[in-house]
Write a protein that binds this ligand. Structure first.
Ligand SMILES: [Zn+2]
Length: 401
């Protein structure tokens, strides 16, 4: 599944502005950052009261404000580059970086192979933010010591902003870094990536819901701007937390089903000395069968599929027996009845076959094809949606108006 290169977070951004390329990674700015830039510059510039800073003109105030705002956006970029550099070092491709209002997103081309790698990539961003916070706060202290109040305030501001950036991103709700760390930890502890994905999705839903609740509360209190902010963040988290679930959903479904639940336990046998022509006429055209176990007095000798039959020139069908066209038993790819469907599907994909015999103790007990897997999946998915829909309707019916 990981080889499909599932994008972990997909952001639908309205034509983001491309800032540049770093180590082959295109970096984009979301338009909302422009608003933040102005807001930040303004709040810093207006923070200089004329009484405390009588010598500072409006131009200088705005300049300091703009520089501080630019440094904040650079801090967000540094946070994302922290993720990106570690990801690249661990062999995970970084597709692009998008800087948003409340942080950024480093879109990865594939998933980490190990929980450890996932943990390191997720932790790298907040680590950078913590380091930046420490540096800015130290510089702020230094500015106080050498009596430079004009740059002291912006430095402290940047220190606190980076600290908040680190702490906010550590909230354990996927797709925030904290949610990714949670996923890595569950993955490490249980050894199951699917279970970790489920936890990560849940964490995102819970945190997103918490943001919504607080947002509604703030809006009811009349704090519209803060409320809308949290609403946007909650929306983002909840909207993206489902992606990890969707990509793992099929895997989880396939993992809980074993081969014998999906296979056809009717094994079609042909005798090894039967001629191809007879098999085609009686079994393939006559009965619609397409996959045979070739036996010799009950002992399996090989597999004869439609592919093997087609490979044999038509004019030789009259005198070529099954055992000359078959794949010998020793080279046959088989699965056991207890093999999870994920594994069976992987085996089929790797060997480029569309069906395999199911074998127990050297005896064929069934046949499993890709079609059977898909059918089984579809059935299960439909049953599950049916349940979900029913639950939803019941909830809707009982909810007060
Ligand atoms: Zn991050």
């Amino acid at each position: 599944m990981d080889r499909d290169g599932v994008e972990r977070v997909r952001v639908t951004v309205s034509s983001p502005f491309r800032l540049g390329i770093f180590r082959g990674i295109p970096i984009f700015l979301h338009w909302s950052l422009a608003i933040i830039f102005v807001l930040l510059a303004w709040s810093i510039a207006s923070g200089f009261s004329p009484e405390a800073y009588p010598d500072l003109g409006a131009g200088a105030q705005w300049l300091i404000g703009a520089i501080t705002a630019a440094l904040y956006i650079a801090s967000i970029l540094a946070h994302e580059l922290g993720h990106a550099i570690i990801a690249q070092r661990l062999g995970v491709e970084v597709k692009r970086i998008t800087l948003l209002v409340f942080g950024g997103i480093a879109e990865l081309g594939s998933e980490s192979d190990t929980a450890r790698a996932e943990l390191r990539i997720a932790a790298a961003g907040p680590a950078v933010s913590f380091v930046l916070a420490a540096v800015f706060l130290l510089l702020g202290l230094l500015a106080t010591a050498v009596d430079q109040p004009v740059i002291q305030a912006p430095l402290v501001y940047l220190g606190v902003a980076n600290l908040l950036l680190a702490v906010f991103n550590l909230i354990p709700g996927y797709p925030l870094d904290g949610g990714r760390i949670l996923r890595a930890v569950v993955w490490q502890r249980t050894g199951s990536k699917d279970r970790a994905n489920v936890r990560a999705t849940q964490s995102g839903q819970i945190v997103g819901f918490a943001f919504f609740t607080i947002a509604v509360f703030l809006i009811l209190q009349g704090q519209f701007l803060s409320g809308l902010w949290l609403l946007a963040i909650g929306w983002f988290i909840q909207g993206n937390s489902g992606l990890v679930g969707a990509q793992s959903g099929m895997n989880a479904l396939l993992n809980e089903v074993t081969t014998h639940q999906a296979m056809d336990d009717h094994v079609q046998m042909v005798s090894s000395r039967q001629m191809i022509r007879q098999i085609v006429d009686e079994r393939v055209l006559g009965m619609g069968e397409r996959f045979f176990v070739v036996t010799d007095e009950g002992v399996p000798r090989g597999i004869l599929s439609l592919t093997d039959i087609v490979r044999t020139p038509r004019e030789r069908w009259d005198w070529v027996p099954a055992n000359q066209a078959m794949v010998p038993w020793t080279r046959v790819v088989a699965v056991g009845p207890d093999t999870p469907l994920t594994e069976a599907l992987q085996v089929m994909t790797e060997r480029g076959v569309s069906q395999v015999p199911v074998v127990r103790d050297g005896r064929p007990v069934g046949v499993l094809s890709r079609e059977m897997i898909i059918n089984n999946l579809r059935l299960r998915a439909e049953l599950k949606t049916g349940v979900d829909r029913a639950t939803l309707q019941r909830q809707r019916a009982s909810s007060p108006r």
